[in-house]
Design a protein around this ligand. Structure first.
Ligand code: NCD
Ligand code: ZN
Ligand code: ZN
Length: 347
């Protein structure tokens, strides 16, 4: 197969940053995706409905003329978040989720939650209103091995919360382990997971291919091959519980190529091509539409997009760097080739 027409996809986990960075990274997403759930880990974090709507407006203002792209916003949960804030968020059509970052777990998570188990009053509001809780599911205990942090979080943090709040709608963001796949599969239909393209394509060996590869460092960190295979099986399974979330997370090159480089891979310019590769490698490219365009909106209670995109099997060379404000950014596969690309819309 060399061409694939599919319903326009959505990205259920995206970092757009702000200011000049936002202007630089928004177009590739807006060209391809109908909607994206925009992560709130700005500095300072997006903790109120007003801040989320102001951020939404800055995104809209940065859109190319005529774009139909719709940003959906997520609120950053803190220990100071009030039930009233969540009630207001649940009532607003442009706010689709609340994001739980364990404090210190990832980029810009310092304002996150030290002990997620104490927020029962807030989970009760989400349970009652149906407001989705997206979680960065990793424990932060430095004694827990970095490769085990997701599995330990699911067992020791999320499972008890779900026991107390069985109606809570939860997305395990950027799931990276076989344990996460199993956890989501065996939970009720209120629990789902987003999957990145990079975790479907790379195992932890890719971090050290010929030397240390800072642009392949993200959190949760790449795992063993057996986990990658479990994620790919989930993605192609046709289950409504697994859907596309790129976690495209741009950082200026000097912040990645550093003695202490930050976590995040920039994937959005080639994201659909990468997902197509992963599904094609698994011999299931015709399942891509369900994963990319149908399962996510169904979970979030939204209709699928009403138009289509066309993927063509045509190699594209990925630029070595891309502009990022006054800086540059190194995208995933920089200097390499991606096997599929999105056909530009005819104007
Ligand atoms: C993300 C970022 O840079 O904002 N980084 C990452 O490695 N995934 C934060 C996140 O999604 O955890
Ligand atoms: Zn995260
Ligand atoms: Zn992310």
């Amino acid at each position: 197969m060399n061409r694939l027409v599919l319903r326009r996809p959505d990205d259920w986990h995206l970092h757009l940053r702000d200011g000049a960075g936002l202007a630089a990274v928004l177009p590739p997403t807006a060209d391809v995706f109908g909607r994206a759930l925009v992560m709130p880990n700005l500095v300072p974090p997006v903790t109120t409905v007003d801040a989320a709507l102001a951020y939404r407006d800055r995104i809209r203002a940065a859109l190319p003329a005529g774009s139909r792209f719709r940003p959906l916003m997520a609120l950053y949960l803190t220990e100071a978040t009030s039930p009233e804030t969540l009630e207001a968020a649940a009532a607003h059509p442009d706010i689709a989720a609340v994001k739980l970052y364990p404090a210190g777990a990832t980029t810009n998570s310092d304002a996150g939650v030290r002990d997620p188990s104490v927020l029962g009053e807030l989970y009760a509001v989400m349970e009652r209103t149906g407001l989705v809780l997206c979680v960065h599911g990793e424990v932060t205990d430095p004694h827990v091995d970095i490769f085990d942090r997701e599995a330990v979080f699911l067992e020791t943090v999320l499972a008890p919360i779900l026991e107390r709040h069985p109606g809570l709608r939860v997305v395990v963001e950027h799931a990276t382990t076989a344990q996460a796949v199993q956890f989501v599969r065996s939970a009720g239909d209120t629990v789902a997971a987003s999957l990145t393209a990079h975790h479907l394509l790379m195992s932890r060996n890719a971090l050290f291919e010929g030397g240390i590869r800072p642009h392949r460092y993200c959190l949760p960190i790449l795992k063993r091959e057996e986990h990658r295979i479990a994620l790919l099986e989930a993605a192609i399974s046709g289950s409504p519980k697994f859907f596309l979330g790129t976690d495209s997370a741009p950082h200026a090159r000097h912040r990645k190529e550093a003695a202490c480089g930050c976590a995040g891979m920039y994937t959005s310019p080639v994201a659909m091509g990468l997902y197509a590769e992963a599904f094609e490698n698994a011999g299931e490219i015709q399942r891509l539409e369900h994963f990319a365009s149908l399962a996510g909106p169904a979970f979030y209670g939204l209709p699928p997009n009403d138009d289509t995109i066309t993927l063509v099997r045509q190699e594209q060379v990925v630029p070595e760097t891309l502009p990022f404000g006054d800086d540059v950014i190194v995208p995933i596969r920089a200097g390499g080739v991606v096997r599929w690309r999105v056909e530009p819309a005819r104007s």
